[in-house]
Design a protein around this ligand. Structure first.
Ligand code: FAD
Length: 475
């Protein structure tokens, strides 16, 4: 048979169920295909840094597959719907008999795959999809009624219980094919984006390098993760989110390598590790998106969100995006986001809470801005976390929980190292007062070029609580 592996959000050769299955029969011919959809990416606001990361990894994947005697074909298309024609034409031209792919759970991706399945059937081509971007098959972690858990803690408990029932293998690389079939050699030309600076030392390219990065983290840094993960100057997190988001790594690899290195931890105590907890949060948001397609379409599950009286002040939004709010920790975070396309989870929470609660700007604006900048932009995780911060999602922060940026700054960037790195104009402000612009004397203010705080934290907090309460409890 002639098998085709359609690579999408799974740019790896290890732990890739679609690829492994296509290669099972040693006699089959195996082809591989990647289709770029630039217009779609623009509509989806994916950041140019993420586009570069995908581009580089498609090139790297072609090299890795070549070692297995599999050639990665490349087609250029524009939208998800148009990519269907591209795929069908390719299948017909190359006499493909069976298509292998890993599922994606976003609404429009699912819609595309449903049409593909029908068109393939019409053309007598078989197809097989695999769940390979989550730890558990979405739909398998459910309550007794077969519904998605509303509470994260219940979802997590079920995940931990299910760990022992599943075999989390890393899966080896498929064996080298005997025959090499190469039909075209189109240059991979994904990039028509305005290219920003890409920090390769922070975001290395290549599956092997990323695996090494993950292994080093799990060997050396995970022990201190529970204590250090929130310290902003320590680089204490794994920084693998970008690779999970495009599938250079799979969560199963993360878990199986973790279990291999920590064989003393049994599947019940594994839940006490905060890093695994974060992977399960990822799982929670992915499963939510699977259960509720409306989340892919800018909608929410709660019925009172539409009653929130947003202020949506354009000037404030502009100041927030550009790191000019007058609150050092917020500004450092937003400038880091704009500079490298990645920020720490703590900073994401502080900046998001400030936008939604203190500035009363609709969370959708923040969600969109994050996606347009993040190298790890991921619909499920971004949407889930923004809804969590805005107190409108499943099992979200209560509406009256509002992060105080000054308190958070003192706690997690005690020495002001992070602030000074990204807001260099504050280098001369003494550490004892750097977090709180209200403590700066006029003479300090005169020596620095830095905006006055754009809101009063105390009064804006009170107003936010009132407005959220009103929306939630009046019908
Ligand atoms: P680590 O701390 O090493 O964690 C390991 C992995 O666990 C991460 O790579 C990620 O896949 C997962 N994870 C960690 N924190 C969370 C979380 N809060 N929710 C769900 N999964 C988590 N993450 C994205 O990958 N893409 C996004 O678009 C995204 N948008 C976010 C928006 C907001 C407002 C917030 C508060 C968080 C967002 N996150 C997003 C989650 C989180 O901030 C990042 O995954 C994390 O900072 C990535 O760094 P790391 O790989 O070093 O994480």
């Amino acid at each position: 048979t002639i098998n085709l592996v359609w690579f999408r959000n799974d740019l790896r050769i290890r732990n890739n169920l679609a690829l492994a299955s296509a290669c099972k029969n040693r006699k089959s011919v195996v082809l591989a295909l990647f289709i770029s959809v630039l217009e779609q990416w623009k509509t989806n606001l994916i950041s140019d840094r993420k586009a570069i990361l995908i581009h580089e990894h498609v090139i790297s994947l072609r090299k890795e597959l070549m070692k297995l005697n599999i050639f990665l074909h490349y087609c250029k298309s524009s939208t998800f719907l148009k990519s269907i024609d591209c795929l069908i034409t390719f299948c017909k031209k190359n006499k493909v008999q069976k298509l292998y792919y890993n599922y994606e759970y976003e609404f429009f991706e699912k819609k595309r795959d449903n049409i593909v399945a029908k068109r393939l059937k019409k053309n007598f081509i078989l197809s097989k999809g695999f769940h390979n971007s989550t730890l558990f098959e979405p739909g398998s972690i459910v309550n007794k009624k077969g519904e998605m858990y509303k509470k994260y803690s219940h979802f997590k408990k079920k995940c931990i219980m299910s760990l022992s029932e599943n075999n989390f293998n890393e899966y080896s690389i498929p064996k080298k094919r005997k025959i090499f079939v190469k039909k075209n050699n189109f240059k991979i030309s994904l990039l028509q984006f305005p290219i920003k600076k890409f920090y390769k030392q922070l975001f290395p390219i290549g599956e092997k390098k990323i695996l090494k990065k993950l292994k080093l983290f799990l060997k050396n840094k995970i022990q201190s993760y529970n204590i250090n993960r929130n310290c902003l100057s320590l680089n204490s997190t794994s920084m693998i989110s970008a690779y999970l988001s495009i599938g250079v790594l799979s969560p199963i690899q993360c878990l199986s390598i973790f279990l291999k290195y920590h064989s003393n931890i049994n599947t019940y105590t594994v839940g006490t590790c905060n890093w695994i907890n974060e992977l399960i949060w990822r799982e929670f948001f992915k499963h939510l998106l699977y259960f509720y397609p409306l989340l892919s379409k800018n909608q929410v599950l709660c019925n009172w969100e539409k009653r929130i009286q947003w202020k949506n002040n354009e000037k404030h939004f502009h100041a927030w995006k550009n790191g000019r709010t007058g609150f050092p920790i917020i500004d450092a975070g937003m400038r880091q986001l704009n500079k490298i396309g990645w920020i720490h989870n703590r900073i994401r929470m502080i900046t998001a809470s400030f936008l939604v609660k203190n500035l009363l700007i609709n969370w959708r604006n923040g969600e969109k801005y994050f996606i347009s900048q993040l190298i790890d932009g991921d619909l499920a995780l971004n949407n889930g976390n923004w809804q969590w911060i805005a107190s409108i999602g499943n099992d979200s922060a209560p509406y009256f929980r509002i992060f105080n940026p000054i308190v958070q700054s003192k706690k997690f960037d005690n020495m002001g190292i992070f602030i000074k790195k990204y807001v260099p104009e504050l280098k001369k402000v003494p550490i004892s007062i750097i977090h709180d612009p209200h403590l700066w004397s006029n003479s300090i203010k005169a020596t620095i070029k830095y905006p006055e705080p754009i809101v009063n934290l105390i009064s804006s907090r009170k107003i936010a609580i009132k407005i959220f309460k009103l929306a939630k409890f009046t019908s």
